[in-house]
Design a protein around this ligand. Structure first.
Ligand code: NAD
Length: 244
């Protein structure tokens, strides 16, 4: 038996949505070195200056309906770009990996519904370290009832949503334990992403921190998820469901 994208089958056909962005560029660079993947389309918000770059065909978001056949779309764009790529994946019965943060309630609900028809994974953070941090935070929150919990996140100056999607995901884990987290956001320079979850009691403090120093960790996680997702039945998956 062969699995799509393994070394004995044709490469997995990937569409990168948000291709001109920081994440899009990392995805294109890393996918180029992966023989089991073939990027068939790179989609940017504005019409591209050059149609083909390093063998990859570029399309404007307005040209999305004319994109070539693909197995999975990887979306790291902005909330305003999310609805069209979700609709295209549903129409083409293709899988969707999305790391776009700042989605509205309605967009989250649409993602949930899409899981009834296609395989979908959305995560506010595709790094392994943050998956471990989330587990540690849940354990700490459960073990420290009555302590204050503050989630402090720092990102580069261009990041638009605040608190970050990762901070909100960590906060949901804290809420499961019955605590109410407070959030603080810092936007400065070129910080890739830092999350500090601080539990404060009387006379003592526990601090759990994750620092991303290179956004390749997110891109690698998303490419890994794409390879694991396409042969799954329809459903809304978490990164931890696709780890093995
Ligand atoms: P960026 O601003 O550098 O890039 C955004 C990209 O989206 C650009 O290519 C832009 O052309 C495109 N875009 C904007 N509006 C669009 C539209 N209407 N239609 C189609 N494309 C559109 O941002 P970035 O740093 O690359 O981050 C992109 C997204 O990924 C953000 O939401 C960010 O928070 C998120 N992110 C998630 C993770 C994760 O692990 N889940 C990690 C890093 C960033």
């Amino acid at each position: 038996m062969t699995v799509k994208g393994d070394r004995t089958s044709p490469p997995l056909r990937v569409l990168i949505h948000g291709a001109s962005g920081r994440m899009g560029q990392a995805l294109l660079r890393l996918a180029a070195g992966e023989p089991t993947l073939q990027v068939v389309a790179a989609v940017t918000h504005r019409p591209p200056a050059t149609r083909v770059v390093d063998g990859v065909a570029y399309f404007a978001a307005s040209e999305l309906p004319g994109a070539p056949v693909f197995d999975v779309a990887i979306d790291f764009s902005l909330p305003e770009g999310f609805d069209p790529i979700l609709a295209l994946c549903l129409q083409r019965k293709a899988a969707l990996v999305s790391g776009t943060t700042g989605l509205s309630e309605a967009q989250r609900a649409a993602l949930q519904r899409a899981g009834g028809d296609i395989p979908v994974v959305w995560a506010s953070n595709f790094s392994l370290g943050v998956a471990v941090l989330a587990e540690l935070v849940e354990r700490a929150a459960a073990a420290l009832p009555g302590w204050d919990c503050d989630i402090i996140e720092s990102h580069h100056i261009h990041k638009q949503d605040a608190p970050s999607g990762t901070a909100l995901t960590l906060g949901q884990g804290v809420e499961l334990a019955g605590a109410t987290p407070r959030y603080a956001s810092l936007r400065a320079g070129d910080i890739v992403g830092e999350h500090l979850v601080q539990f404060t009691g009387l006379g003592e403090r526990v601090e759990l921190t994750h620092r991303a120093t290179n956004r390749d960790i997110f891109a690698r996680g998303a490419l890994h998820a794409a390879q694991r997702l396409t042969d799954r039945p329809p459903g809304l998956y978490r990164v931890r469901d696709l780890l093995d």
